[in-house]
Design a protein around this ligand. Structure first.
Ligand code: AMP
Length: 143
């Protein structure tokens, strides 16, 4: 199974904010969309960073209530790791585990084409396991 299998059911929609947006506006987007991270895109549509709820937590721990007055660019992670639609699910699971994050933008030949989360990966793995178990059950009962 590949990242493209996740995008096949999830689509290519990426929810984003701008680097100069206020943190309060970005938090409102996370809450309204019920997601854990937003991609930060510059005016030209290039990836400028990623902002996750973890970054919000760290900003609050560091700055207290003043964190809410920060800009997204001050709180986000600028060095964004991406994956390719042809990457295997095992590969992205390894990346997420080793790098300790739960979100990966999907980029093919420099073009942003989706965003996957650890929840999407787990869901696909569960479906895969269910299919394997069904196939085994069928094989055993047919024998
Ligand atoms: P998460 O577990 O995805 O909520 O993120 C944990 C930390 O990793 C936060 O500081 C995020 O900004 C950062 N992060 C999340 N996804 C990525 C990514 N694809 N590339 C780089 N940093 C990331």
């Amino acid at each position: 199974m590949f990242v493209s299998d996740i995008l096949a059911y999830k689509g290519d929609r990426v929810i984003s904010v701008a680097p100069q947006d206020g943190l309060a506006a970005a938090i409102a987007v996370l809450a309204a969309r019920r997601i854990g991270a937003v991609l930060v895109l510059d005016a030209g549509g290039a990836i400028a960073g990623i902002l996750s709820e973890r970054d919000v937590l760290h900003a609050m721990a560091r700055d207290g209530a003043a964190a809410i007055t920060r800009k997204v660019s001050e709180v986000m992670t600028a060095a964004v790791v991406t994956c390719d639609p042809d990457d295997s699910i095992e590969h992205v699971m390894e990346t997420m585990t080793e790098r300790r994050f739960r979100h990966l933008p999907v980029v093919r030949q420099g073009r942003l084409c989706g965003m996957i989360s650890i929840g999407d990966v787990v869901r696909l793995r569960l479906e895969e396991q269910r299919r394997e178990a069904d196939a085994l059950r069928e094989y055993i009962t047919a024998a």
